[in-house]
Design a protein around this ligand. Structure first.
Ligand code: FAD
Length: 468
């Protein structure tokens, strides 16, 4: 009798007879991929090229029943489980070594109810899928900046996007989640049904089960005044200072990000990216003083359909490069911090390295802190240092640059970190998970975990361990 060996959560190996594997395959509407099958290598690939793990099996789910079958199969033998939404997680938590990968990428439907202004997205949908479906009706909700990022992982960790000043984070606009919990049972979580689970899924990550669909509130979003201003590094501190003063006073409708990037034609630059979610003429008037400074070496601000804005930066975030990130919410961004950022960017070992300062505020900052598991909505800025490079030989140098840059910015940082930007964090480990939630929320999440996943089946994530 042939068998398959699979890793268990107890760090041992389960030997599973081929009849059991065949029985699982026969139960599925989707496909079961084993090493050597066509599509296996494509399916195990995730955005970060540093991740190269080989699951013992990949369950390509065609619907909720497949997710239930996969969870029950893995749960019965306590196998290592990974769940893939859009596969963008920097830590590579969507794929596991020798375990069961539950791949939701065939589940990408988005159903829009234009009258109710709601959309239901399946667990494998990307923001590109979501924005295409909702913008067909002139509607949108806060979503990620790159169209290939998964709705699932981004929303479960919080969800930073251009519209957050107007409408809150992605998770703030979820009306209900459909979840397959560790027992394999489907559960609905909303303000009325299982409200504690509803709270935990708004920022608590993939800890509580596999979310098979998300119901979002939508808003009318017409073409917006948006684009970027590029400045040379010599002018970056002064430009950043003006940007900083501007965002402090900016209305909720402004989405803003300052980025250090290497532009194809201009080399290393400061990019000030601006989006105005309101009448185009108002945006034009509002951004005029920022546009007048310099002048910028590029100014492409213009009336732009939201869906176009949502794909505008895709080319700068290709899949398959090697990536290592570190981030922290910032208390403030004084001139000294700006000078350090410019200096550190000059030393970046690869043109693929970037640094972003995201501005948090407006509605995202007004929603009560205790309303969601996501914790850091009152920090004014989030700093993300993105080490990116092409080949293994660059690993040590680029990782060291990312870590050192993060370290020298710590005097300006809050305790907190955005869970969606965490690496594997092997050195700091659970301390960074505690930093993401704070001790009180972490204890509340641990109690929720004990209720829905007492055996910690879903541990390939920034893991909340079940309370005793
Ligand atoms: C290029 C790029 C751009 C980004 N831009 C933004 C941005 O604009 N705003 C922002 O807030 N973040 C952004 N992020 C970070 C992003 O939010 C996280 O990487 C997030 O984890 C991606 O979700 P995913 O579904 O694509 O990832 P995956 O790797 O598939 O999953 C991430 C985590 O969520 C779990 N998970 C995935 N799907 C499900 C599900 N259906 N049910 C339960 N658990 C699930 C996984 O197990 C894993 O632990 C970006 C990341 C990248 C790489």
């Amino acid at each position: 009798m042939s068998t398959l060996t699979i890793a268990t959560n107890g760090h041992s190996i389960a030997t599973i007879p081929s009849e059991s594997i065949d029985a699982l395959g026969a139960e599925l509407r989707g496909r079961l991929l084993l090493p050597g099958d066509a599509d296996y290598d494509e399916a195990r690939r995730v955005w970060n090229g540093m991740i190269d793990r080989r699951p013992a099996m990949i369950v390509r789910c065609a619907g909720v029943s497949d997710v239930m079958a996969a969870v029950r199969f893995a749960g019965a033998q306590d196998l290592v489980v990974a769940v893939k939404g859009g596969g963008h997680n920097i830590a590579g938590n969507a794929v596991c070594q020798d375990g069961v990968m539950i791949d939701l990428s065939p589940m990408r439907s988005v159903y829009v109810d234009p009258q109710a202004r709601t959309a239901r997205a399946e667990g494998g949908a990307t923001w590109g899928d979501f924005d295409a479906a909702t913008q067909a009706f002139g509607l949108a909700t806060t979503g990620g900046l790159i169209s290939t990022t998964g709705v699932a992982g981004l929303t479960l960790g919080g969800g930073i996007g251009w519209l957050m000043g107007s409408y809150g984070l992605a998770c703030d606009n979820v009306l209900s989640f459909d979840v397959v919990t560790a027992s394999g049972a489907p559960v609905k979580a909303s303000a009325e049904q299982n409200p504690e689970l509803f709270w935990g899924l708004k920022g608590g990550g993939g800890n509580f089960g596999v979310v098979t669909s998300f119901e979002f509130r939508l808003f009318p979003v017409a073409p917006l005044f948006a684009g970027m201003l590029l400045h040379p590094l010599e002018r970056a501190v002064d430009a950043l200072e003006r940007f900083h003063a501007f965002v402090q006073e900016a209305p909720d409708e402004v989405g803003a990000l300052a980025g250090f990037v290497t532009a194809p034609d201009a080399g290393p630059v400061l990019a000030l990216i601006l989006v105005y979610n309101g009448p185009v003429e108002d945006g034009e008037r509002l951004f005029a003083p920022l546009r007048a400074f310099g002048p910028p070496i590029l100014d492409n601000l213009a009336a732009t359909p939201y869906r176009v804005i949502q794909t505008m930066f895709d080319a700068g975030a290709p899949a398959g490069l090697r990536n290592y990130w570190k981030s922290s919410f910032l208390k403030a961004l004084p001139r000294d911090a700006m000078k350090i950022l410019v200096e550190r960017f000059r030393q970046a070992p690869s043109p693929r390295c970037k640094m972003f300062v995201e501005c948090i505020g407006g509605e995202a900052g007004r929603i009560a802190r205790e309303d969601t598991a996501f914790d850091h909505r009152h920090s004014p800025f989030n700093l993300l240092i993105l080490g990116g490079w092409e080949t293994e030989s660059g690993d040590a140098q680029n990782i060291a640059w990312t870590r050192e840059t993060w370290k020298v910015m710590q005097p300006f940082a809050c305790e907190g970190v955005y869970v969606n930007y965490l690496n594997e964090e092997t050195d700091e480990g659970s301390a960074r998970v505690e930093a993401a939630y704070g001790p009180q929320k972490l204890a509340r999440l641990a109690a929720l975990k004990a209720r829905y996943d007492p055996g910690n089946l879903f541990r390939m994530n920034q893991n909340v361990r079940p309370s005793a």
